[in-house]
Design a protein around this ligand. Sequence first.
Ligand SMILES: [Fe+2]
Length: 303
Amino acid sequence: MSIDRVESLVYGVEDLEACVRFLEDWGLEQVEAGFHGATFRTPENQHVVLLGVDDPALPPNLEEGPTVRETVWGVSDEAHLKAIVDELSSDRDVVEDGNGTFHSMDDAGLGIGFRLKDEFDVAGSEPVQNFKEHVPRLNARIDQIDRPRPMRIGHVVFNIPSTIRETAVSFYTERLGFRVTDAVTGMGDFMRPDGSTYHHVLFLAHRDRDGAPARIAFNHVAYEVRDFEEIVIGGKWMRDRGWDTSRSPGRHNLGSNLHWYFACPLGGEIEYFSDMDRMDDDWETRHWDEPPVVNFWKAEIVL
Ligand SMILES: [Fe+2]
């Protein structure tokens, strides 16, 4: 019984046409289109829902402009879904929408939802790299690609004020069973739900800005691709279509993931990533009194 992954992200957007074009370039599949919104999905069947920023169906906006308005978590089974609903109903509204999703709020005021996970099995997408006697690709050539199709939504990141750090994080750890992989004073808490081994699936960043606590805001979403080659090909594809890099390709320290970030018309940033650290139940939370270096390396030339 577990929360396994981000099942869908619901955005309130301003320029729907630009957002649709952006997600098509990013490599997602559009499954619905309409005057009032659009829906995309990953190969593993996580949905990205776009609605107008003023759509009354959306949770309240905690910041100006386009942004993520709700993070829906995918739950492994009915019993656990019911247990979550019962737990949260003890001190807040939890509303079912008739389509199997239960909507509520976390303790920072961010919109959250829960539904049964509906994951597609995508076989044959593993990285294959020959090195010396390690030869998984014998008598076979590389399959050349023009652009990547990001496999899955890996993680989401929100900025929160440092003043509510403990309240915001303990909601996920004590009420929903998330584990903290790295707890970094002055930076944030990297968390994974109980059904995931990824270093982080949710990161609540609490960096102060100009000496003042940060405002609540969506920071970024990250999509997993096969390897660094797909990051480079995907980033080049986006740049060639006029989208702007926001953080150069590199490798993070905490999480170890390779990355390339873009500014995103849906709000916040968006990241291609691969090769993230994975943790099982043997991992003990690392506590940092001050933030370590963010990147092991970064290719400054691309900006
Ligand atoms: Fe990230």
